[in-house]
Design a protein around this ligand. Structure first.
Ligand code: ADP
Length: 201
């Protein structure tokens, strides 16, 4: 965890509260945390879920690994320390989206159990972990960004599933067999879980 550095800072209450925003949007915020190997389908399914819910008039947003690394986390690499910091920041951003009553999907490899726990512990009541389970050879055969090829050639160091570990979730709220299920079936399974937990009616 990162220690508090600044002193003399005060938490301000907002005039427009989370409850006000929930009433405005017609639903609560929730973080749908997709985790899995590169090319396991996190972004694709996160976007399918967000699009389906947006189509029903809900407020959705996707926080995507590469996009965040272009901005907020452009100072971070892929060492274990930087990965921890990457996920810690995303966890905080996701929590902000939840408090703005937005259904937010995060699509990050997030390979370490401990880091995902940090993100979950920030908002335990509104955290849905979705494990995109896919064999590494299937991910490698998809390889939409050509990353496995580069990793195998030694051009990318510390690549999850090739030269860096991936710790699978033990009890995710949703387990998707993305090597066998269609994108539509995966998105539906996530939405069903949101319904059964009262986030979506
Ligand atoms: P990640 O975000 O995990 O790196 P992407 O969503 O960027 O993965 O890429 C997954 C690739 O696999 C895409 O090209 C997608 O079209 C393809 N794909 C094939 N079947 C599925 C599936 N069932 N679920 C998700 N993606 C799938």
């Amino acid at each position: 965890m990162t220690d508090q550095k600044a002193t003399n800072i005060t938490w301000h209450a907002h005039n427009v509260t989370t409850q006000d925003l929930e009433r405005l949007h017609g639903h609560k915020g929730v973080t749908i945390w997709f985790t899995g190997l590169s090319a396991s389908g996190k972004s694709t399914i996160a976007n399918a879920v967000a699009a389906a819910l947006h189509g029903r008039g809900m407020s959705t947003f996707v926080l995507d690994g590469d996009n965040i690394r272009h901005g907020l986390n452009k100072d971070l690499g892929f060492s274990p320390e930087d990965r921890v910091q990457n996920i810690r920041r995303i966890g905080e951003v996701a929590k902000l989206f939840t408090s703005a009553a937005v259904i937010n999907c995060t699509a990050f490899i997030s390979p370490y159990v401990a880091d995902r726990k940090i993100a979950r512990d920030l908002q335990p009541e509104t955290f849905i972990e979705v494990y995109c389970k896919c064999e590494v050879d299937v991910c490698e055969s998809r390889d939409p960004k050509g990353l496995y090829k580069k990793a195998k050639a030694g051009q990318i160091k510390e690549f999850t599933g090739v030269s860096a570990p991936y710790e699978a979730p033990e009890r995710p709220e949703v387990l998707l067999d993305t090597g066998r299920m269609s994108v539509e079936a995966c998105a539906s399974a996530v939405i069903e879980t949101l319904k059964s937990r009262g986030f979506v009616s």
